[in-house]
Design a protein around this ligand. Sequence first.
Ligand SMILES: O=C(O)C(=O)C[C@@H](O)[C@H](O)[C@H](O)COP(=O)(O)O
Ligand code: ZN
Length: 371
Amino acid sequence: MSLLASTARPSEAGTVHIALGDRSYDIHIGPGLLGAPSVWATVPQAHSAVIVTNETVGPLYAERLAHALGTRFRRVLQVSLPDGEAYKTWESLNRVFDGLLAAGCDRKTVLFALGGGVIGDLTGFAAACYMRGVPFVQVPTTLLAQVDSSVGGKTAINHPRGKNMIGAFYQPVQVVADLDTLDTLAARELSAGLAEVIKYGPIADAAFLDWVEAHLDALLAMDKEALAHAVRRSCEIKAWVVGQDEREGGLRAILNFGHTFGHAIEAGLGYGEWLHGEAVGCGMVMASDLSVRLGLMPPSFLQRMVRLVERARLPVRGPKLGTDRYLDLMRVDKKAEGGEIRFVVIEALGRAGVRAAPDEVVAEVIEAHTG
Ligand SMILES: O=C(O)C(=O)C[C@@H](O)[C@H](O)[C@H](O)COP(=O)(O)O
Ligand SMILES: [Zn+2]
């Protein structure tokens, strides 16, 4: 039994609680939540609500959300940004600030991040900065955002030299994951979200890894029950981790499994070429191989991860950036200390740790899995 299984608190149906003292909040998970006034009844009341969204998601869901919020806010405004990781930038952030200032938004204004990981991370950072902090609500509409990025308060924009390099820890006041919004998800985005779902098994819950393997076809077919369980269990695991280590002093780094290699792929190719989840899928294969080469896991673990990532329709080979370029990009990773790269490795099924590895071994991994 993993540590998590023995300490996780039971959750009410449809709700996962993040326990962070006065920054605690609930994640509401279920179908039909966008239009359900009861879900929004706990959001702080204010003069203005601002929905930050993108040009893909806005036309699908912003009106429904605005209508539900109409009973609690005197006005509901919208700022729409271009869609994609390439727009997780200072320019987009400034567009949000321009919109808020032009509309005379005060410091009680509540921001609503309606979209995927890019919108969630950027809106959260805007909320952390605007007038030194306004409340924000995460309304994730992609699988990746529902199982991972909307939870835990990591907010950021990218820098050309490194992913999520400019940001803040800033918790939302609520997360509303309406499973119906997954109906419009493109197949590529579904797979990208599955990468973060797959991640939780090896790092924290071996039984969940078995469950994901057994239900992957159902998840790919968008089976509602399977998706609901995947979102729910992922959020429970993330809540357990973040509740113990909000600011990544130690344990929280396990959520970065596959991300050291993955972020290098994203930055090296230019943001948006690969989706974040695609880079994480391939990054997990590389980090699994590293775990094997360091003698922590048997070779069968790598084979198992390759098979699962492939079945999720994610890439298992990284782009040919060159070994030195990979190493340079990874040296700016946030887990690096004094230029020494630190990787999340699997130490046993359901348990991860963070450690440095000799450059020669990392180079072998890069050469085995790229090009
Ligand atoms: O919440 C976390 O902690 C994570 O590491 C989750 C990751 O899936 C997510 O991509 C996160 O934004 C990466 O954080 P970073 O600190 O490596 O930029
Ligand atoms: Zn991630």
